[in-house]
Structures are given as structure tokens and as C-alpha cells.
Design a protein around this ligand. Sequence first.
Ligand SMILES: [Fe+2]
Length: 387
Amino acid sequence: MNQSFNFKIVPEIIFGRGAVEKVGQEVRKRGGSKILLVSDGGVAKAGLLEKVRHLLLKEKLEVAVFDKVEPEPWVETADEAGKIARQEDCNLVIGIGGGSAMDVAKAASVLATNEGKASDYQGLDKVPEPGLPKIMIPTTAGTGSEVTFTAVLSNKKPKGKGGINSPYLFPQLAILDPLLTLSMPPPVTACTGMDALTHAIEAYTSLQASAISDALALKATELIARNLRLTVTDGQNVEARENMLMGSLLAGIALANAGVTAAHALAYPLGGLYRIGHGVANGLMLPYIMEFNLESSLKKFAKIADAMGEEVRNLPLEEAAKKSVAGANKLSREIKVPRRISELEVGITESNFPEMVTSAMKVTRPLENNPRKLTEEDAMAIYKRAL
Ligand SMILES: [Fe+2]
């Protein structure tokens, strides 16, 4: 347990059914008059982008729209969004969508006020000046990007992904409205939910975990593990959607402070080299990493199992801890997310593993946070087991 830490959190969170209706007045409160609204095609198709645009127009605010964010967005997409913010003289940015849209919105807010390109700022603390004020409105219950200081963007050369990590990326406000998540189709609900579960479990078991992040991460594990199935099978169940959104929020705050661990590191090459979605990649790696990490903290994994609703009473500690892996496997099987690398259908074979291992081992911070030291040989063995 980390007994010496800085706990960082966004200044304001508005949560609740219909919370999005307040967006106009919240923009006004923050001095916004010309807004860049960043989103993606799926969110636009679901009518959510238009809903927010309408709410802003009703408040007599000017709105520029950038809705070309793709999954696993490129640095150039963030550059383009930043350029629009500058050209249109915007003074506030709103991101509405999943992690990709919110990450591009966060990057655009700093690109509007800083010279240079998104790729110049990938890394830690490279952004020199604060960005435009920003408000994030998630439409998935997954990434937690609305409460983190990171924007993950893809690069073509060298092929891979990198985060812009800066305190200037923290949104000023996160608006979480469960009603906005109702239209998410089951496969997206399933993958983004597994990402949220990965955040919760990894933040809880991270070497950077603190008493505060533990409380959040364990509650998040409980909410996600007990509501994800329902949101996949019955997308219109508002209470389950609400619990999932709360779970992903708590997991996001925990991860912004405790970090993530080896599942994110080993998932990284699947996204960076093969463009597998972040949630799919993490959901796939999570049970394998939990299995690997078990021995590092039987107590914590037993608590995870209990939070997930597994029966652990009267079990010896090791057996109780193992139930957490069984619980994660059962959940991913039931919500039908890929559980093996071969299921991804991108042609990965064992011959690709050396490149993947090299790439994963470069994801140093999550690996340093991992509760059990993970070597190149371990990474190779885990990929082989997951094939
Ligand atoms: Fe993640």
C-alpha cells in the first residue's frame, strides 16, 4: 500500500439521469461562448451529438462540430480538431462519446493554446501551457477518460500508440448521464465494460494503490462485475446502466491515481500493432494477468472475488483468491468478448510474439506498477497461454 501520495481528481462531477440537460448553463458558468464539440460518427448516428448541440444552441452559444474521431484515433485527428478550435476561435471544448472522442477533445484543448503537433506532446508532462477549459460527457461505461489526465493517440511512424499525459488534460467538469449510454449496442457495452473492470482490478492491485484508490476500485469492481451482464443482455435497464457508469467513473478516478498494471501493458501491442480495440485487448488479457499476479496478493484477489459476487466464505485464502480469476473468466465468457488471441482474427501466430513482447515491455509505467515482477519470458509465456 502506498502511504505517501498525491491524490488528483477533476474539480467537478455531475452525475445522474438527465444530467446532460445542464450542459449549457455549465458552459456559461465557465465563461464559454464558442464551443468546439468533439465526437464520432457512432455518437452522431445515435442522435447524442445533435442533442448536446441543440442544448448549447438553446443557451445562445456558438458551436463548431468535429465528429471525425475514429476508434484508436490518430495523432493527426487530434491535430485537425485542435486546428478547428484555433481557426474558429473556440474558448471551450466539449468531448462527447467514448474514450476516443474524449481523448481527442482533451488533446484538442491543449493544441488550441500550444504551438506544435499532438505528437510533440506524447509522453509525460510535455505540454507547456494550459489548454482551453473542457467538459467531458461519456456515452460508454468504460474508459474513465472523463476523469483522467491522459489522451491516448495512435502513431503511424513508428507504429504504435502514446499518451499525452499532463495535468492540463484534466477536464474541468465531467457530466455523466446514464441515459446517454442506453443506445450502446451489446458488443460495445461488453468491451468497454471489460475495460472498466480492468481499470478497477488493476488500480486495486497496483503498487501505487492508496487507501483512497482502493476504496474506489473495490466499489467499482463490485458495480461492474454485478451489472455488466445485465447491460449487455438488457441495454434499456436504466438502473444497471447507471451502476455501470458509476463503476466506470470510480475505476477512472482510481486509475488516474494508482495507474494500471500488466494487462494494459500486454494489451498495448494488440492495439498498437494490430488495431484491436482497447476494451477488447484489455478484456482478453485481464484474466491471464490476474492469474499471473495472484500470488503477489492473495488477500487482495480474495477481496476482488468477494466484490465480484463469488462465494468465498469458508474457503482457504488461496482458493478464495483463485475465485477472482474464475469470476473474470465466467463474466467474459457470458458477455461474449474474445478470450483468446486466435479469436481476434488478425492472423497473429506465435511468430509474432517476439515483436509483441518487445513492444509490451516498453510500456514501462504499468509494468512498474504490476504487483509481481513480469519479465520478457513471463510476457512470452502469457501470450502463448492466451493464444
Ligand atoms: Fe483502459
